[in-house]
Design a protein around this ligand. Structure first.
Ligand code: 13P
Length: 337
């Protein structure tokens, strides 16, 4: 057992297990200010701090959230923010039995020397930022990098993505944060499911190669993969059973059983599709907790229902709870629609 996670090793294992607890998953609400602005624009709201605060307050105060949600990923602004009633968002989450997490990457920029691909920034100063986030109450972290199938992916882009994730994971563990390792393989493209499977195998092989090289403790990480699906523009669609078959085959081939939890992103799938796919994956036993870390597939209806109106807050919260409960059942393999 490689334990180089400093003095935090036991706590990291405990945090990861708490997040990967039966019937629960992660609410991703860590949209950057730019992305949050797009979501607010879709309901005709301006991208002001007050509007972001109102929306995030709605999310963290959903009654009973902790029954289905074990962790919430926050953007830096929210980690330091209070609700509209003046309580720290982090304290509200802890009272709800939801572990606060923090997006620590600094976003994507063009990768020089590649085929129009990108890489993820944020390693500079990451150790001191992580220590500050821990002080502020965060117990896990997220770093999202992307791999594009239509643009390659080039060997360079895959290597850069894997190395960045591994450095981030090591730094997070040394500062007490459970790293969520997220190499998102984008849905865009006309390719079939076999091609996604091939690329995912390559990506996860490299990610685990560099995680091991960086002495990351596998018992204290969580993964956030894309499900293996056909490209968004592919004419051949896949059933939840096919998505589950390919995705589980990938996980069994590439992910050591020491990893406690696999928390999928929704990546542009519809709310129901994301639930059905997760449910299909939980029809047979696996060595890991197989669950969700959805943003759009938990929030879409909630955001629309709210529409920025105070009188709709309760109705919007109910729609979020419906999605959270559906995905909780899917985590247990018991969703029936
Ligand atoms: P989606 O579920 O909307 O893909 O977002 C999850 C996420 O956090 C992407 O990094």
């Amino acid at each position: 057992l490689t334990v180089r996670a400093g003095s935090y090793a036991d706590e990291l294992v405990k945090t990861a297990k708490t997040i990967a607890s039966p019937g629960r998953g992660i609410l991703a609400m860590d949209e950057s200010n730019a992305t949050c602005g797009k979501r607010l624009a879709s309901i005709g709201l301006e991208n002001t701090e007050a509007n972001r605060q109102a929306y995030r307050t709605l999310l963290v105060t959903v009654p009973g959230l902790g029954n289905y949600v074990s962790g919430a990923i926050l953007f830096e602004e929210t980690l330091y923010q209070s609700t509209v009633d003046g309580k720290k968002m982090v304290d509200v989450l802890v009272e709800q039995k939801v572990v606060p997490g923090i997006k620590v990457d600094k976003g994507l920029v063009p990768l020089a020397g590649s085929n129009d691909e990108s890489w993820c920034q944020g390693l500079d100063g990451l150790a001191s930022r992580s220590a500050a986030y821990y002080q502020q109450g965060a117990r896990f972290a997220k770093w999202r990098t992307v791999v594009s199938i239509p643009n390659g992916p080039s060997a360079l882009a895959v290597k850069e993505a894997a190395w960045g994730l591994a450095r981030y994971a090591a730094i997070s563990q040394e500062n007490g944060l459970v790293p969520i390792v997220e190499p998102e393989i984008l849905l865009d493209g006309e390719h079939g499911i076999e091609r996604t499977f091939e690329v995912a195998q390559k990506v996860w092989a490299e990610v685990f190669y560099y995680l091991a090289e960086n002495n990351v403790m596998f018992e204290g990480i969580l993964l956030k993969p894309s499900m293996v699906t056909p490209g968004a523009e592919c004419k051949d669609r896949a059933t939840p059973e096919q998505v589950a078959e390919y995705t589980l085959k990938l996980l069994h081939r590439r992910i050591p059983p020491a990893v406690p939890g696999i928390m999928f992103l929704s990546g542009g799938q519809s709310e129901v599709e994301a639930t059905l796919n997760l449910n299909a994956m939980n029809q047979s036993p696996t060595p890991w907790h197989v669950s969700f870390s959805y943003a759009r597939a938990l929030q879409n209806t909630c955001l629309k229902t709210w529409g920025g109106r105070p009188e709709n807050v309760q109705a919007a919260q109910e729609t979020l709870l419906i999605r959270a409960k559906a995905n909780s059942l899917a985590q247990l393999g018991k969703y029936t629609g």
